[in-house]
Write a protein that binds this ligand. Sequence first.
Ligand SMILES: *[C@@H]1O[C@H](CO)[C@@H](O)[C@H](O)[C@H]1NC(C)=O
Ligand SMILES: *[C@@H]1O[C@H](CO)[C@@H](O)[C@H](O)[C@H]1NC(C)=O
Ligand SMILES: *[C@@H]1O[C@H](CO)[C@@H](O)[C@H](O)[C@H]1NC(C)=O
Length: 351
Amino acid sequence: MEHQGKTVTLKTSFMLFIAQFCLAIILFSLYNHANRSSSSNEFSYTSIHQEPVKDTRIILVWTWPFGNIFPLNKCPPYTDISGCFYTANRTLYSSADAIVLHHRDVCYSRKQLPQIQRPPNQYWVWFNLESPSHTPNLHFMDNLINLTMSYRADSDIFSPYGWLEPNQREENFTIPPKTKLVAWAISNWNPNSKRVRYYQELKKFLPVDIYGRQHLALPGNNHIKTLSNYKFYFAFENSIHEDYITEKLWKNAFKSGCVPVVLGPPRENYERFIPKDSFLHVDDFSTPEELAKYILKLDNDEKAYQQYFTWRSRLHPFADTNWQTHYCRVCKALKEAPAHKTISKLGEWYK
Ligand SMILES: *[C@@H]1O[C@H](CO)[C@@H](O)[C@H](O)[C@H]1NC(C)=O
Ligand SMILES: *[C@@H]1O[C@H](CO)[C@@H](O)[C@H](O)[C@H]1NC(C)=O
Ligand SMILES: *[C@@H]1O[C@H](CO)[C@@H](O)[C@H](O)[C@H]1NC(C)=O
């Protein structure tokens, strides 16, 4: 009996060993796979059924945002869309568990909002990436909305213009070769805006290459490569609001490997999202002339300039500007949403 027991134990341990070995191999390949997909920014998208099946939550995309059509039910893996079905077909309105209202498509007339009787328990998700200065008629939304989705970190569904992710292992970031000093791309030239007034003063002390309407042409497909020649990029926001930090920082500056010079909410607000040694803030300087002097000083001090890239050994930026990524976040939020919530006055929060 004793002998037999030992054999059984040996057999069992051998089986256990084999099982653990297999598990290790599986985990190792999963780990490698995960590493590969996270080090590149190109995601393989996950698709789900193109038909709603029983017990799925139906999410109705009420309008294509600014008319941009994108693939539905095809989402990056960091969003979880299991158990949801997205549609843009309004005949599904009455059975939809949620509808997503893109503010700027519905804010010019109440007629653009659903006119049919609202089904009980349907969530209305308010979606907006524009700043409050460019968000008219917020009062149209009073007592209609259940969940908010925006760049504001305190939204029910936080959907930023970009974010940072940790590197899997420490990386030596290579600063793109630099042949030029400062770039700024601006499409909406408003002479009275803070950013244009700041520039008018700054340009007396610093040469700046300006891209955009009425300025140098910025070829869309070569955008990042063109900007990467510059040491600095002016990520100047069109209006100043909490958390309003846009693709100007994430894409034009970070993705191009330029040091951002930001004009927007206060420095502390930026530091909630990005390292304090990753950017210059116009508020760090008492005058535009002081900022110009500092930029010229860094231009002649390679070591000091490189310090603005130290954080890249730990982190890398994401600028996911696809519309679908924002909409893909709705599913998970819906599954976790409170059973009952209404926002009575959106305008008291969104300012
Ligand atoms: C919308 O859904 C209805 C009902 O399922 C279907 O008859 C109609 O063809 C769909 N429309 C489009 C544009 O897919
Ligand atoms: C990064 O560069 C340093 C200095 O050149 C080198 O010692 C280190 O091994 C490199 N690290 C990686 C992860 O390549
Ligand atoms: C959503 O808000 C509407 C309007 O106030 C309300 O009638 C409805 O009960 C809310 N739904 C949920 C699921 O909270």
